[in-house]
Design a protein around this ligand. Structure first.
Ligand code: NCD
Length: 305
């Protein structure tokens, strides 16, 4: 039985396969429409979500399966003190696969030790978010027609942004990628990622504070929200929340074929009048997220490949 806890649980070859299954689904949705008939996904969300939870549910419904689950910890027995391991043992009696989001780093990993069915990490605290990474990779592949040889800038909350951590981890396995990290001093990428993922593999990176300085070099700009829920005090959040606001003016010096990604939700960091710029890819990313989750569900249920 396979789980997806960390993006490196999948080989680069398996990611390529998921991307090509997603592209087949996009081209011919009809032939996948009842492949999961009789199968159920449970979405166990102990933390808020719009896209991740609903895209897992939409993915399973589009494959002909069905869904059950909860959208907040207080509507589950977690609020009575039940452990994550007991919760998944229970839900494993009702569902064939589980997508779990939890505020505690490592909770989906712990759950996978007890679960009778595959567990997908749908975001664990400020740690990892491998299925957002799959959506990001599919988007990059579709926009750039490659997953190597580009310069990517990550901008915003690189300390707590779990989507950033997982995407860096994934991209560190492809050739010739230049990483530029743009953040305030206090929200820099955690040292363990620089050490274990980049330095150990000899992958160079640059850290800067000003987006304007580096924007002309970028092929991809990955914007992120300052993660309010991970701050210890509100005053720090308020001071840092508007560190970056991407406005049309700032794009004047950017490449014509820049791709702007954002896992969403956005707060203020991308001005709404960029949404119609052909370089804005964040709503395409949302749709790609559904397709690649369809491919992932098929893979983990052993129904495709
Ligand atoms: C992200 C998350 O939950 O980490 N959202 C998502 O899943 N698309 C990003 C965020 O909340 O800022």
């Amino acid at each position: 039985m396979r789980h997806l806890i960390d993006i490196t649980d999948l080989t680069v070859g398996e990611i390529d396969e998921l991307i090509s299954v997603s592209e087949r689904i996009i081209d011919d949705r009809q032939s996948f429409s009842d492949i999961c008939k009789g199968k159920k996904i449970a979405t166990l969300f102990f933390e808020p979500s719009t896209r991740t939870r609903l895209s897992f549910e939409a993915a399973m419904l589009e494959l002909g399966g069905s869904v059950l689950g909860f959208a907040s910890a207080d509507s589950s027995s977690a609020s009575k003190g039940e452990s994550v391991s007991d919760t998944v043992r229970t839900v494993g009696c009702y569902a064939d696969i589980i997508a779990m989001r939890h505020p505690k780093e490592g909770a989906p990993m712990a759950a996978s030790k007890y679960s009778p069915v595959p567990i997908i990490n749908a975001g664990d605290g400020g740690h990892n978010h491998p299925t957002q990474t799959l959506a990001d990779l599919l988007t990059i592949q579709r926009e750039k027609k490659r997953l190597d040889s580009f310069t990517i800038g990550f901008c915003g909350d690189l300390m707590f942004g779990r989507t950033v951590h997982s995407l860096i981890n994934a991209l560190s396995r492809y050739e010739n990628i230049k990483f530029i990290f743009i953040s305030p001093e206090e929200l820099r990428l955690p040292a363990y990622i620089k050490e274990d993922t980049l330095n150990k593999k000899g992958i160079p990176f640059t850290e800067v504070e000003r987006l304007e300085r580096v924007i002309p070099m970028l092929d991809i700009l990955y914007m992120t929200r300052v993660q309010r829920e991970r701050f210890f005090n509100e005053a720090d959040y308020v001071r840092l929340k508007d560190s970056y606001i991407l406005e049309p003016q700032k794009l004047l010096s950017a490449k014509k074929d820049l791709s702007i990604l954002h896992p969403l939700p956005r707060v203020n960091e991308i001005s709404h009048n960029i949404d119609d710029d052909p370089r804005a890819c964040y709503f395409k990313q949302v749709l790609n997220g559904k397709y690649i989750r369809m491919a992932l569900i098929l893979k983990l249920l052993g129904l495709e490949g």
